[in-house]
Design a protein around this ligand. Sequence first.
Ligand code: ADP
Ligand code: MG
Length: 711
Amino acid sequence: MSARPLASPAPAPAAPRAPGSGESQVQRALKKLGLVRDIDFALYLPLRYEDETRIVQLAHVRDGEQAQVEGVIVDSEIVFRPRRQLIATLDDGSDTCQLRFFNFYPSQQKQLAPGSRVRARGEVKGGFVGRTMLHPVVKAAGTALPLALTPVYATTAGLAQPVLRRAVQAGLARAGLDELIPAELLPHGAWSLRAALEFLHHPTPDVALVALEDRSHPAWQRLKAEELLAQQLSQLEARRAREAQRAPVLRAGTGEGSLHARLLAALPFSPTGAQARADREIAADLAHRQPMHRLLQGDVGSGKTLVAALAAARCIDAGFQCALMAPTEILASQHFGKLVGWLDPLLAAQGRRVAWLTGSQKKRERDAMAAAVESGEAALVVGTHAVISEKVRFQRLALAIVDEQHRFGVAQRLALRGKASEGGEGQGGMQALEPHLLMMSATPIPRTLAMSYYADLDVSTLDELPPGRTPVVTKLLAEHRRDEVIARIHGQIQQGRQVYWVCPLIEESEAVDLRNATATRDELADALGETVRVGLLHSRMPTAEKQAVMADFSAGTLQVLVSTTVIEVGVDVPNASLMVIEHSERFGLSQLHQLRGRVGRGAAASACVLLYAPGDSGRVGQAAKARLTAMVETADGFEIARRDLEIRGPGEFLGARQSGAPLLRFADLATDQRLLEWARDLAPQLLDRHPDQAHRHVDRWLGTKAEFLKA
Ligand code: ADP
Ligand code: MG
């Protein structure tokens, strides 16, 4: 296996550079479009094409058709009614056509003087006064016709289309497009890369334009295959680099007396089949010398925390420490509550415990916790990313668990690295040790996405909910039917149940959010009457206050909890049976699904009411409608994720985790699954048998961006 990095820095710019001058305006504009290397130009494909290959007879052109005609100017005048304009009449022998210009230069007037022969291209309108073309492109007649369609590229200020076109043409001609994939590994009949690119820049006029538009043309297929292969190779290399790393081998038994066994025995329930399977998959990873890199995905309420606790127990049984991190303090404290309850009584016998660490802690408290982590007294430490701050030194960290991993930045994940090497494990010239990494996510990754962007991860899926859950009934209600909702809330409270009311997000300002949430709380308190206790939770509140409110809601002292999205993840109050989401049209689909997952955790029949406010047009937008419909139609997290991907596209869907990652430019995960499978199967063969070509391929396609994928 090669240790050489896949991508080297981009070679020197190849775009033309005026001697002696710095960067020209054109070069700056090209750079802004990402056009630096020859290959960048070659891969910069046209937005659309214009057909300049044929000249047609005016008599055969239909109303509204794009056409190129050639003939003699028989008349030319400037008229002032209704506005100043130049009107030239062209006669091609079959018919005449008026060429009209509202803005024109003297040079144009000269070009269109009576007697000159010109070629004009544009949309021909039929109509009452005869044929006309408004602002056609005019050239001198008689120049040779191109043999291919004329490409039109997306451009930017200060870069004229012809200049860009020439630069792309030059880059394409210079680019070394030698075949890097051995012919026998290409699909049968595949186009060569050079042929494909040349065709896409200058297609022959007989091409079916739909095949270019829907990207089903063989030239497109070749490009998409190349792009997907680069992505697969890059991910494969990342995986192999990780496999070359070393982690502590955790192979404690789970026999009687182990923490793992005692935890299972102490639980008031037994794990679901899916939980047990995930636990075994994790155990197998932990027993390897390579660091685990596993994603535990499971719908809201599927019981990921228990799987995390079992993994932590295995780690502790092997004599190491474990860290669990969550992106928000509320979420971290929910985990902490559960884990303390499960593990602390069992750890106490060994003089060890579960520690809590966050940024908002008082310094003395935090120092005490950090000391417990360093001495090893803290077998498990739970908290926000403060857990991996530089100041916290672990005695023997071996396992890091990260909840809602997509909210964790790359920098934070990198900070985790090397933490396991502390405490003497990496000494004596031995290779530094990495912690095993378990990531948890309630947003399942659709299959094609998992195969592409997450190809370097192993995945365990909790596809089974703990028994005794009742499905949540979801209802869409227009905003003006609030009274019905109030009646429902009364009904639930009379049965001893509790209610969440989620206020909309108003992006601009948290202060406005807070005002709205406070107003909603007051309004609800009024409407529900004195006997009902209504609490408020907002991200602006101090942590201690937030925790007090959560504790009151958990204990049932508060019956209604008005909240902004701070309860989005992780809150677990099984007695809550109704969730109302205001302005639900403003929330993302996965977010709505997560919110809904807060109810239906107990045995009571639960409901989720999505209040929506039709916009000024009297309707909600297309995408919002698709989201709300999906919510009513399905409660399956995988189906929700699939639709979310469809609505938002991978860029948005991947969100923070992939910020800066090279997204696919050509391939489309919705339509190109077969090509993706081809690339996945080919990547290891190419990397093993032709490593140099594999590296050049990734470099060609991803350049320096390939580095990102290794983070
Ligand atoms: P999530 O996957 O959304 O993080 P949690 O870990 O918060 O789910 O679990 C949801 C609830 O289900 C918790 O109250 C948890 O204690 C409970 N739970 C977990 N596993 C089981 C099980 N096997 N049987 C019954 N209840 C379980
Ligand atoms: Mg959770």
